[in-house]
Design a protein around this ligand. Structure first.
Ligand code: I24
Ligand code: DGL
Length: 272
């Protein structure tokens, strides 16, 4: 099946998921669309995030994708169910795979989840975890300072250590043995988060398990590519292609990327 896999995100952070898909499935072509112009989604209302996520979805559908991955936790939390119901291709979010990963490693069934305000308010992780195992105890915490921290480039210094320690303080007395990083940006803070939480807490990045789930779905549906070449991925952003290119090539470790700026609002709406 030579069609590409579509990956959408509120911005550039979803590349943490895309990178993992590229690593696990190097012959699959990816079309990545990041809504950099309207990032962050975390503090927005559910209605707004749902509307934006549909616009991202419709753009990639017009490019004939064989599967859609919603790499953004906030978008997954509010829009996954509706989008999955409407589309005929497989649609995967990052929350269910993250929940599965956590349930694989927890021993005391006390699981923490950190994410944006939108993700935590939705209780989507709690719902996913409890639908799989009803006796799990879940502590959610919104960390609104973490996305700006990563995007400031300061994700490795003393400022980051202090902000992470202060934010996670309320989680340290809950006997958690597992913590889910429920946001695309948090893998960049992973080593600091691990130090803050201590060795007893296992830290889960949803992106890795999501990529494994992409493989399973494509395999079972007979949708894996027969290609034995390395494809040229396509990147689309609603913001500056130069800035996207700079951050993405650094993160992916590639010199040249095929990045284009696009408009995704529907024509009727832009006339209003
Ligand atoms: N990381 C992200 N977004 C940014 C950034 C970053 N700037 C530096 N780093 N900017 O996401 C988005 C906001 N911009 C958009 C354009 O207008 C101005 C505002 C996290 C990406 C994770 C893959 C830090 C940084 C980097 C390179 C690699 C990784 C990283 F510079 F986190
Ligand atoms: N991509 C978002 C998420 O995973 C984080 C950035 C944002 O708030 O848009 O929830």
């Amino acid at each position: 099946m030579e069609q590409p896999i579509g990956v959408i995100d509120s911005g550039i952070g979803g590349l943490t998921v895309a990178k993992e898909i590229m690593r696990q499935l190097p012959h699959e072509k990816i079309l990545y669309l990041g809504d950099t112009a309207r990032c962050p989604y975390g503090p927005r209302t559910g209605e707004e995030v749902k509307k934006f996520t549909w616009q991202l979805t419709n753009f990639l559908l017009s490019k004939n994708i064989k599967m859609l991955v919603i790499a953004c936790n906030t978008a997954t939390a509010v829009a996954l169910e509706e989008i999955r119901q409407e589309l005929s291709i497989p649609v995967l979010g990052v929350i269910y795979p993250g929940a599965i990963s956590a349930l694989k490693v927890t021993e005391n069934y006390k699981i923490g989840v950190i994410g944006t305000e939108g993700t935590i308010k939705s209780k989507a992780y709690e719902i996913a975890l409890r639908s799989i195992n009803g006796s799990v105890s879940v502590s959610g915490l919104a960390c609104p300072k973490f996305v700006p921290l990563v995007e400031s480039g300061e994700y490795d210094g003393p400022v980051a250590r202090r902000v992470v320690a202060e934010t996670l303080a309320t989680l340290t007395n809950k006997e958690l043995d597992t913590l889910i990083l429920g946001c695309t940006h948090y893998p960049l803070l992973e080593s600091i988060i691990k130090k803050t939480m201590g060795n007893a807490v296992k830290v889960i990045s949803s992106g890795e398990e999501t990529a494994r789930e992409v493989s399973s779905i494509l395999y079972y549906k007979g949708l894996l590519t027969n290609n034995s070449t390395i494809p040229e991925h396509e990147y689309y952003t609603t913001g500056s292609s130069r800035i996207f290119s700079r951050i993405a090539s650094q993160w992916l470790g590639k010199k040249m990327l095929n990045v284009q700026t696009v408009r995704i609002e529907s024509k009727t709406e832009s006339l209003l």
